[in-house]
Design a protein around this ligand. Structure first.
Ligand code: ADP
Ligand code: MG
Length: 680
């Protein structure tokens, strides 16, 4: 059972941190209980019954309890008919809860108290482990209850000597961290004097130390990986006059201040003799692609090739046309390589890439196939990175002689996640939108009022605008979403908007059809595009100014924001309409976040808070490390401290010996868990 939870060693058990703590030091006989106080009682079940059955297993279980006092105590648990089999007459219990007075009967009462069954074979000392003190509450694990964990850990700690402390002593001293042995004992059995609130907030000194330590090793690993990459020899691109002229010739508009700043950071990396590893972040529509194009020019003018990797065929196609347009004046040859090309086309394209006849190869996973060889790959641009694994980034890297790598993300990533998942990358942020953007008006409409949505849609189209209507797709069910979109397409094109041209786009369409639908929409031949989330990323049609999202409650916030970013690209006022069913409070809060804010970084933070860090990326290969005690949401400030300490430590270790010890420790303890490839 322990193994199923990943607890296979003593060390694992010691790291199994209590979920919370309860103060059971106020241990009282029933006769001395006073209404209003929190108290622990040890008593015996005298009788028990289920009252008020509503549904099976949903009754109230009521037990009458007694000890040596003349008074009796009533305990009630709601929706707990199942307790009838467990809390039978004669069972001894430790109960913990708030004492109340039943106004009808005048009995002392505990409502839904915490309880533990005291078994007959509990020795005296054992019992005092579970009551009469601040007790740790562990997450149960199969049949292993919190109580069993408490006993195991007590025995473990009693027989445990001093633990080796791997943290560098200089850091422990400066931050006044308790040593590992003390902290471990403390976390499982805190001293009486410790403030319960600090314990439950995971902010006792011992908690701080353990959380700090976990983040410290993670960030050290990332910093070491980064330092190692920095030492590799890479390409030293030259930033000469010709490069500048070509960039100027390509630019269709004046870059924003933020774009300039970010390009300067990228150019500096490229001019360095080491491989670039940079994450380019920016809100939807902030103009990341333009910056990527500038970087591509630097590489190409230096005689190198560029690869652009995109997660979907639609996005790859978009990029292809985007770059083709931008580079039209420069006589570069771009090619598009995706899974749907015929074998003959593919082999033709591959030959051209290998011969160096192509300056920029844009594609999906097909670009990663082993037989795609570059003549001279100098820059790899990876778009929407979080859909790719770290391994894929590596595969692309290996297609050149240490090429520079620029990773772009579709949506902003909360800082804490960026630090933990992309901590080995340098980061550039475009924090400004191109001028002249009107804020998008976002509205929430429940689906019983969808007619109103259609009439405002009609008004916009009569004015010459275009619109998207998007249906949700949950990863596994593109087919279901496709059907919904197909159905809706039929209804909209035949019944609601027979006067307009309504197009349909989904992931299962053959790619030439996808392309022609997109091209037709871009040309204005299609007024309404009904789509699954394949339009989520990258699609750029400035004349489209209405985005209707059906069943919006089924999307993540970041994804909704990304979809919304498809409009608001032209000069006209744009609208985003979120259509949902009836919502609960959380659902309303989520939708409200979007209606009220257009700040992608803020929305990303909220998304992470509402759905949890694991769900944020929406894929299993997100690279999120499995943390034991640290929590990215709760412990953000400790993460920042640990990161600073780790960076300083790696940059400037107190002694070579300290660094060697740290590398060894990370290799033996953390490398596999954090998925850090090669730190030393
Ligand atoms: P992102 O990839 O960050 O979502 P894009 O690179 O697709 O953003 O740019 C969004 C839109 O803004 C595109 O139509 C692009 O041509 C336009 N754009 C980018 N930079 C500028 C700029 N400096 N001035 C005006 N328009 C810009
Ligand atoms: Mg883009």
């Amino acid at each position: 059972m322990l193994e199923a939870k990943g607890l296979t060693t003593v060390e694992d058990l010691l790291a199994y941190t209590p979920l919370r703590y309860e103060d059971r030091s106020n241990l009282k006989p029933i006769g001395q209980l006073a209404p209003g106080e929190m108290a622990t009682v040890i008593a015996e079940v005298r009788s028990g019954k289920v009252v008020s059955f509503r549904r099976k297993n949903l009754g109230i279980f009521e037990a009458v309890l007694g000890d040596d006092s003349p008074e009796k105590l009533v305990a009630k648990w709601f929706n707990a008919a199942y307790l009838a089999d467990k809390l039978v007459e004669g069972v001894r219990l430790a109960l913990y809860g708030k004492v109340e007075l039943d106004s009808y009967t005048g009995d002392l009462m505990l409502k839904s108290p915490e309880y533990e069954i005291l078994t007959g074979d509990d020795e005296e000392g054992e019992a005092s482990l579970h009551t009469g003190r601040v007790v740790p509450i562990y997450e149960a694990c199969g049949k292993i209850t919190t109580r069993v964990f408490r006993s195991i850990l007590k025995r473990l700690l009693d027989s445990m000597g001093t633990l080796e402390d791997p943290l560098p002593p200089s850091i422990c001293e400066r931050l006044k961290l308790p040593d590992r042995t003390t902290a471990t004992r403390f976390i499982h059995f805190p001293p009486e004097t410790e403030d319960l609130r600090l314990l439950n907030a995971f902010r006792s000194q011992a908690h701080f130390r353990m959380i700090f330590e976990e983040f410290f090793w993670l960030e050290c690993g990332l910093a070491l990986k980064k330092a190692k990459a920095r030492k590799q020899t890479g390409i030293q691109f030259e930033l000469n006059e010709r490069v500048r002229e070509q960039i100027k010739a390509m630019l269709p508009f004046k870059p924003t201040g933020a774009q300039k700043k970010v390009l300067a950071e990228i150019a500096q990396d490229m001019a360095n003799p080491h491989p670039m590893n940079r994450l380019l972040q920016g809100d939807v529509g902030s103009g990341k692609t333009l910056v990527a194009a500038e970087a591509a020019i630097i590489a190409i003018e230096n005689g190198y090739q560029v690869a652009v990797l995109a997660p979907t065929e639609i996005l790859a196609t978009q990029h292809f046309f985007y770059f083709k347009n931008l580079f039209a004046k420069l006589n570069y040859v771009p090619v598009l390589l995706t899974g749907s090309a015929t074998a003959r086309e593919k082999s033709q394209l591959k030959k051209m890439i290998a011969a160096g006849l192509v300056q920029i190869a844009i594609g999906t996973h097909a670009l990663l196939e082993p037989d795609v060889e570059f003549h001279r790959l100098g820059l790899a641009i990876v778009d929407e990175q979080h859909r790719f694994g770290v391994m894929q980034r590596l595969r692309l890297f290996e297609k050149g002689a240490n090429p520079d790598v620029l990773v772009m993300t579709a949506t902003p990533i909360p800082r804490t996640l960026a630090l933990t998942v992309y901590g080995d990358l340098d980061t550039s942020v475009i924090d400004e939108l191109p001028p002249g953007r009107k804020p998008i008006v976002t509205k929430h409409v429940t689906d019983d009022r969808v007619e109103q949505v259609y009439s405002s849609l009609k008004r916009q189209i009569d004015l010459g605008r275009q619109a998207y209507i998007v249906y949700p797709v949950i990863e596994e069910s593109e087919t279901v979403a496709m059907k919904a979109a197909q159905q809706m397409h039929t209804q909209l094109s035949e019944i609601v908007f027979p006067q307009f041209k309504v197009g349909l786009l989904h992931g299962k369409l053959p790619s030439n059809e996808k392309e022609s639908v997109m091209a037709e929409f871009k040309r204005g031949g299609i007024q309404i595009l009904v789509s699954t989330t394949v339009v989520e990323v990258g699609v750029d049609v400035p004349n489209a100014n209405v985005m209707v999202i059906e069943q919006a409650e089924r999307f993540g916030l970041a994804q909704l924001h990304q979809l919304r970013g498809r409009v608001g690209r032209g000069a006209e006022q744009s609208f985003c309409i979120l259509v949902t069913g009836k919502l609960n409070e959380t659902g309303r809060e989520r939708i409200r976040t979007l209606v009220d804010s257009s700040d992608g970084f803020y929305i990303a933070e909220m998304d992470m808070k509402l759905r949890g860090p694991g769900e944020f990326f929406g894929t299993r290969q997100s690279g999120l490390p499995a943390l034991r005690i640290a929590n990215i949401l709760r412990d953000q400030e400790i993460l920042e401290i640990a990161r600073n300490e780790a960076m300083a430590f790696v940059r400037n270790p107190p002694s070579p010996d300290d660094l060697r010890r740290a590398v060894g420790y990370i290799q033996s303890h953390w490398q596999r868990r954090y998925g850090l490839v090669q730190v030393g």
